[in-house]
Ligand binder design. Structure first.
Ligand code: CP3
Length: 344
């Protein structure tokens, strides 16, 4: 079997160059993606259709030349299959019609294996991708962190202030913990099934980590993410896990847990992440995604990151997702530059 450079890099092994992928690499900046999405009718249909989801997962491999594929799906299919009614409204993003407000709402949610088993279309997509993906490329599976998922389940949609879930955090923390615990159980089993279906690496996205004050972050998010890692590592010690908590530089001193790679967001200096975590974890990141609007700015940043990280214990990525209006040729330029400057 061919070595997967991306998996080797996650495990801290030497690689011929530093591998690169981009968060949200399968998406709207690609005209080819827009075409398949139009055929599917809408975004959720696309997630539910293994053939089409497989096709858009593979698009950035050929078009952009990244070293790893990320499963095409969404973090919000989890609460959807727990019985919350998810829809994506054009121009407005995700919506749940019936947000969680009380104990009875949580009790009504489908939990554990029953919920995880409903995500068969995801596992079917993974199996298809594995048949078609080149042997030396890795497939990343993913989940949202329980906290990030809970923000949508409680607010019913994206939010700038997080006031509903933070009101719960301070006035009824037991209720919030009950939601987080129930989601954590589903996520553990869901990720186990993704691994069984064939994913090579797990990434946990805590996109809204920065909404929690530093002294509460461990209690309401990090410990649940670590619980998921402990569960997966006890069963699959060789599957690398990437943690991506966005926007929590003040928590770097307190980071702990049984995982392999720490994803650094664009607002956290790579030097700082390396100083605090570089000995213990491989680091992923962290070009500011808007630098992709300009090739010179991209080249400069790739070189700067390379100068800090050298040629080991690093994976190139953006510090958050690629935006829909980035020219494809600039994304290709980013990937080529990463592979060029790090070549041994
Ligand atoms: O390429 C990839 O990264 C794989 C696919 C992927 C999607 N969503 C597809 C998607 C992944 C890994 C996600 C994760 C996700 N989804 C996160 C965490 C990552 C992050 O960016 O912080 C979050 C918070 C979500 C929730 C979500 N899904 C929102 C808020 C939205 C609407 C906002 C937006 O970007 O449009 C989505 C929709 C979504 N998920 C799209 C895609 C390609 C756009 C849908 C479309 O085609 O119109």
């Amino acid at each position: 079997m061919a070595n997967k450079i991306f998996v080797d890099a996650c495990l801290g092994k030497e690689t011929p160059y530093t591998p690169v992928w981009m968060m949200r690499q399968a998406g709207r900046y690609l005209p080819e993606y827009m075409k398949v999405r139009a055929q599917a009718g809408n975004f959720l249909n696309l997630c539910h259709d293994p053939k089409k989801a497989c096709a858009v997962t593979l698009q950035p491999m050929d078009i952009v030349g990244v070293d790893a594929a990320i499963l095409f799906s969404d973090i919000l299919v989890i609460p959807d299959e727990m019985g919350m009614d998810l829809s994506f409204i054009k121009g407005e993003g995700p919506k749940f019609s019936d947000p969680i407000t009380c104990d009875a709402d949580i009790d009504r949610l489908i939990g554990g294996d029953e919920a995880a088993s409903k995500l068969t279309y995801v596992f079917d997509t993974i199996k298809l991708i594995k048949q078609e993906l080149a042997e030396d490329k890795a497939l990343i599976g993913f989940t949202g962190a329980p906290w990030t998922l809970a923000t949508y389940m409680i607010e019913g949609q994206g939010t700038k202030t997080y006031n509903i879930c933070k009101k719960m955090m301070y006035t009824n923390p037991a209720l919030l913990h009950k939601i987080l615990a129930k989601v954590t159980e589903v996520v553990k089993l869901y990720m186990e099934k993704q691994i069984d279906a064939g994913i090579d690496v797990v990434q946990i996205f805590d996109s809204w980590a920065a909404a929690i004050e530093p002294s509460k972050y461990e209690e309401f998010s990090w410990k649940y993410m670590v619980e998921i890692c402990d569960y997966l590592k006890s069963k699959y010690p060789n599957i690398p896990i990437i943690m991506f908590p966005k926007g929590i530089p003040s928590f770097l001193d307190k980071v702990y847990g049984n995982f392999d790679v720490f994803g650094v967001d664009w607002a956290t200096p790579m030097e700082l992440a390396k100083e605090k975590l570089g000995d213990k974890y491989v680091l992923q990141g962290n070009m500011e995604p808007c630098r992709l609007y300009d090739k010179e700015m991209t080249t400069q940043s790739v070189q700067d990151i390379q100068n800090v990280m050298g040629t080991s214990r690093h994976i190139f990525n953006l510090g958050h997702g690629i935006l829909p209006d980035v020219p494809v040729e600039n994304a290709i330029h980013f990937v080529k530059e990463c592979q060029r400057v790090s070549k041994k």
